[in-house]
Structure formats: structure tokens, C-alpha cells
Ligand binder design. Structure first.
Ligand SMILES: *Cc1c(COP(=O)(O)O)cnc(C)c1O
Length: 382
């Protein structure tokens, strides 16, 4: 399949990475479930699923790289496998600056495990560039951020991060899960590696655990060697499912952006809601930055309810179209109370510092009919 010059993401999501010629003419790449591949006379390299090099891995890597305009990509066994293997590969034995509002798993890895593996780190406020240089060390190797923070959707000063990395010869690493490649292509801005929990938007159907590492050929090869050794690889069937999910990524993201914008606007004017966090609202503190950097504002909307925990719990019990669960990024709408789930291990004071009040409700908006979702929320808030 010849892909035209400068294809749109919709075209890439369907066709990029597919082998040419097609294997036995198959229009959908067959699943190479086996673990044995005969050594070829002219190609003596070992093919083996743990080395992420079956035809299903190859095709998926091509598609993931194309969607973010990168040279190379690697699929991993989870988002955490992508994040931890990348940090160890590019900054192991050294030091990394990390954004202070991180996904819980990444935060937990840094606090509890990173130092035992020789990885040092310091937290920085990714919105205050004037504070970063003071945290630099001679062995600082990278700067790690997230596209939007969870759950309040703060947008880091990504342009300043990239400039700081250039100036101090650091690698810029970003967890792009919340934006997805359709809303943000961080490599085009100057980041070196984009990471994903493919469990969320990339797969989009809440039936796969996987991750992705996207970047230059050289950096992806470094991470790949680490993943080969640590074993955080996926099997061919998971590759097939993720490739299948990716085909509708641009369609899903378009709907989720539009639904989330409508729901954010509805909640913003609702008397039961104290404050809405959504980068697509003009009142969001980084709205202008989000408009400049992102093609869309994503599918997560967070609302602070008056009457705190009682109101949040009541909402979660009353909604019918939103499943109560802390994950995100699927075609179905979800609701969670961060103070009781993702941020439950923190003290009330620590949560307050992150803006995570007891009445904060995080919605992951799916692709259901927006009017139906709004009616459901309206009824639940009464
Ligand atoms: C879910 C998530 C992860 C971890 O991904 P897993 O696939 O669960 O390992 C990392 N970063 C962000 C922003 C996430 O939402």
C-alpha cells in the first residue's frame, strides 16, 4: 500500500506500518502467535516475541511512529513498562528533573524504586521555568513532563521545557497519554521521546494493557535494549488488538474532544459545580497555551463540586452512563473521585496542595451521544 505524501492522521491510522507486499495478500495482518521463527540464510537475526520483532510488532511500530511523525517506536507491556524502561535507559546512573504533578504509578516508581536502581531525581514546577536551573546537577540527563497533569489538567510550559533541554543538553521526555497523538505531537515541538499508556486512548476500547515509546531511531533502540532485558514486552495478539484500536483513534479523539468541550461548558454554568478544569474553557489558567500547543483539548474533564465529598459520592452513585472507575481513554464514559482513588494514599493536606479536593470528580468522556451524557449529569447533579 503506497501512502501519499503528507498524509493525514486518519490515513496513517489505517495504513501506516502495513507490510508491503501484503503477507499472502491478507488485507488484515494475520496474528503471528508462534514463538519460533526459522533463522534465514540471508537474514540471520533472531525473531522472537520478547525481542518485539514479530511481523505484528513491526507493523505496529511503523504505525505508532507515523502517528507522531517519528523515526521509530516500540510497543511495551504497559505504560509503566514504557516509562520505567525509558527513564532507566536514558537517565539510569544519573539524574532527571521531573514534573511535580505526575501520574500515580510514575510518582510511586520514582519515590519507592528509582533510587534503588541508580536513578536520582528532583521534582520541579513545570510551569515555572525560572526555578529549574537551580535543580540542575552535573549528571542531569533528562527532563520528564506530562502533556496535561492528572486530575486538574494543568498544561506545563512545554515550549520552555524544550528550550531548557536544548540549552542544557538534556533529553526531553513526555508522557503524552492524556493528549494522544491526535491532539499533540510533542516531537514536532522538540521533545526527544514521547511515551504512552496505550491502555488508554491509543487502544481506546478498555481491553488491552500496553505502552509505547516513540522517538528517534537511536533513542528507541536504547530503550528497546533495556526492554529486551527487563522483559516488558507484549505478545503478537496484543499487538493485533492495539493496531485494530488505533485505526479509529482519529475518529474517537474527534468525538471525545467535542463531547468533552460540550460537557465542560455545561458543567461550567451549573449551580452545583464550583469550578471546572478543562483546557478548552477560556477560564482555564493555561487556556491560551493549550490552544497554541494542542489540536484538541482531550477527553478528560474535572469538576469541583460544592458540598465536597458528599456531592461527589452522590454524583457517582446517581449517574447511569458513567461507570465508576479510575481508568480513562476508552469509548465509554467513566467517573472517578481522585481523593478516594488515585490520590487516596496522600494526606488531605498533600491533596489540597495538588488542588485535589474531596469534592473533585474526574470524568473520562466517551463517544456516547453528548446530549445523553449531559442529561445524565444534569439529573445526577439535581
Ligand atoms: C494509565 C497511565 C499510565 C500507566 O499506564 P499503564 O498502561 O497502566 O501501565 C501512565 N501515565 C498516564 C498519564 C496514565 O494515565
Amino acid at each position: 500500500m503506497a501512502i501519499p505524501p503528507s498524509p493525514g492522521p486518519q490515513t496513517l491510522a489505517i495504513h501506516a506500518g502495513a507490510p508491503t507486499p501484503r503477507i499472502h495478500g491478507a488485507g488484515v495482518l494475520p496474528i503471528f502467535q508462534g514463538t519460533l521463527f526459522e533463522l534465514g540464510a540471508d537474514d540471520p537475526s533472531v525473531r522472537y516475541p520478547r525481542l518485539s520483532n514479530t511481523p505484528n510488532h513491526d507493523a505496529l511500530h511503523g504505525k505508532l511512529a507515523a502517528l507522531e511523525g517519528a523515526e521509530a517506536a516500540l510497543v511495551t507491556a504497559s505504560g509503566m513498562a514504557a516509562i520505567t524502561s525509558t527513564l532507566l535507559a536514558v537517565a539510569g546512573g544519573g539524574h532527571v528533573l521531573v514534573q511535580d504533578t505526575l501520574y500515580g504509578g510514575t510518582h510511586g516508581f520514582l519515590i519507592h524504586t528509582a533510587r534503588t536502581l541508580g536513578l536520582q531525581f528532583d521534582f520541579v514546577d513545570a510551569g515555572r521555568p525560572e526555578t529549574w536551573a537551580a535543580k540542575l546537577r552535573p549528571d542531569t540527563k533528562a527532563f520528564y513532563t506530562e502533556a496535561m497533569s492528572n486530575p486538574c489538567l494543568t498544561v506545563a510550559d512545554h515550549r520552555a521545557v524544550v528550550a531548557f533541554c536544548r540549552k542544557h543538553q538534556l533529553l526531553g521526555l513526555i508522557d503524552n497519554t492524556f493528549a494522544s497523538p491526535c491532539n499533540f505531537t510533542p516531537l514536532a515541538l522538540g521533545y526527544d521521546v514521547s511515551l504512552h499508556s496505550a491502555t488508554k486512548y491509543l487502544n481506546g476500547h478498555s481491553d488491552v494493557v500496553a505502552g509505547a515509546v516513540i522517538g528517534t531511531r537511536d533513542l528507541v533502540a536504547q530503550v528497546r535494549s533495556r526492554v529486551d532485558h527487563l522483559g516488558g514486552t507484549v505478545d503478537a495478539f496484543t499487538c493485533y488488538l492495539l493496531d485494530r484500536g488505533l485505526k479509529t483513534l482519529p475518529l474517537r479523539i474527534r468525538e471525545q474532544n467535542a463531547n468533552a468541550q460540550r460537557i465542560a461548558e455545561f458543567l461550567d454554568g451549573h449551580p452545583g459545580v464550583h469550578r471546572v478544569h478543562y483546557p478548552g474553557l477560556s477560564g482555564h489558567p493555561q487556556h491560551a497555551r493549550a490552544c497554541e500547543l494542542f489540536a484538541g483539548h482531550g477527553g478528560v474533564v474535572t469538576a469541583d463540586l460544592h458540598d465536597e465529598a458528599r456531592a461527589a459520592t452522590r454524583l457517582v452513585h446517581r449517574v447511569e452512563l458513567f461507570t465508576p472507575t479510575p481508568s480513562l481513554g476508552g469509548v465509554e464514559s467513566l467517573v472517578t473521585i481522585p481523593a478516594q482513588t488515585s490520590h487516596a494514599e496522600l494526606s488531605r493536606a498533600e491533596r489540597q496542595q495538588l488542588g485535589v479536593g474531596e469534592g473533585l470528580v474526574r470524568l473520562s468522556i466517551g463517544i456516547e451521544n453528548a446530549d445523553d451524557l449531559i442529561a445524565d449529569l444534569d439529573r445526577a447533579l439535581r
